[in-house]
Design a protein around this ligand. Structure first.
Ligand code: SAM
Length: 290
């Protein structure tokens, strides 16, 4: 990886074609830099992250995400889709690394690696840039801790047409390998916003729609509010501690999903899925619905 700006971050590729390199050793310094992206520190220092698999790479390129480097299995380049993605990458000014299976396995830390791994520039947005329309739904997660939960929530939010996912406070990194894997490509489709609790509460003070918090002490059934009549924020609590007092107090309503049985609560990603589909119920229908 080259093109470092003064702050250590990589600059956007120039319009000149990218370089093509063949690498067979896992101790190659370029591979060492890319392997560092498995660590949060490495991602924070570079602003980059990895997405595994040809489908994800194509999703990202089609959605206009900026590719920095594409790593491909040299022995798979006969696949026309893979070689087309490689040509697209080089034409965009990013680098192409043609590597051995051993190198790909080391990069992804998997025994059976995919044929392609893309290194992309991280992209988040701000809450003010979102267009919620008349009845858009936003999901806000208080200090989400589990990468698998976050990935599953991003995938579900994408599937149901949620306008964005807000990460409040100290959260897991949405660009970790595990989260990106769990999104199955939705990381490239759903706008992500990162905010402190204070900044979120400041924004909430001027928000005219409905803020529905989910809470184990909520007294309103989650199917009651008229989500589809207004812009809505679904506020979800931390896996262990639930919502902070400040966030719970800022809600218009605290809803609960009824349970029977012995479980104290639902898994966060499951509870978020139920909330999203309930809030989006009126807007979702099968293509073949007559
Ligand atoms: N121990 C936490 C508490 O008492 O608040 C519960 C944590 S729960 C695993 C994580 C989050 O999932 C909750 O903060 C809430 O957002 C959501 N959740 C889980 N089960 C729920 C339910 N039955 N009704 C509403 N929200 C629920």
């Amino acid at each position: 990886m080259t093109n470092k700006a003064d702050n250590g971050h990589r600059m956007a590729p120039t319009s000149a074609p990218g370089r093509v390199k063949e690498i067979t050793s896992i101790s190659n310094p370029i591979i060492k830099d890319i392997r560092n992206l498995a660590l949060r520190k490495g991602r924070e220092e570079t602003g980059l992250f990895m997405a595994e698999g040809l489908k994800l790479v194509l999703d990202a390129l089609d959605s206009g995400w900026q590719i920095d480097t594409l790593i491909v299995a040299r022995n798979q380049l006969h696949n026309p889709v893979l070689s087309k993605a490689a040509a697209r990458t080089v034409a965009s000014g990013a680098d192409l690394l043609e590597v051995s299976d051993k190198v790909l396995a080391a990069v992804t830390r998997r025994d059976n690696p995919q044929s392609a791994v893309g290194v992309f520039r991280q992209q988040t947005t701000t809450i003010g840039k979102l267009d919620l329309g008349g009845d858009g739904v936003l999901v806000a997660l208080d200090r989400v801790r589990d990468p698998g939960n976050l990935g599953t929530i991003l995938r579900t939010a994408d599937a149901a047409g949620v306008k964005g996912v807000v990460l409040i406070g100290d959260t897991v990194d949405p660009f970790s390998l595990e989260t990106v894997r769990a999104t199955m490509g939705s990381i490239f489709a759903v706008p992500i916003i990162r905010m402190s609790e204070g900044a979120f509460l400041g924004w909430r003070a001027g928000f005219k729609g409905l803020v529905a918090g989910t809470h184990m002490a909520g007294t309103t059934d989650f199917r009651e509010p008229a989500y589809n009549k207004q812009q809505t924020v679904l506020l979800m609590g931390n896996e262990q501690a639930g919502l902070t007092e400040g966030l719970a107090k800022a809600c218009d309503v605290l809803v609960r999903i009824p349970q029977s049985g012995k479980a104290d609560s639902l898994n966060l990603a499951i509870a978020t899925g139920l909330m999203i589909f309930e809030a989006r119920r009126a807007s979702l229908q099968l293509d073949n619905a007559g």
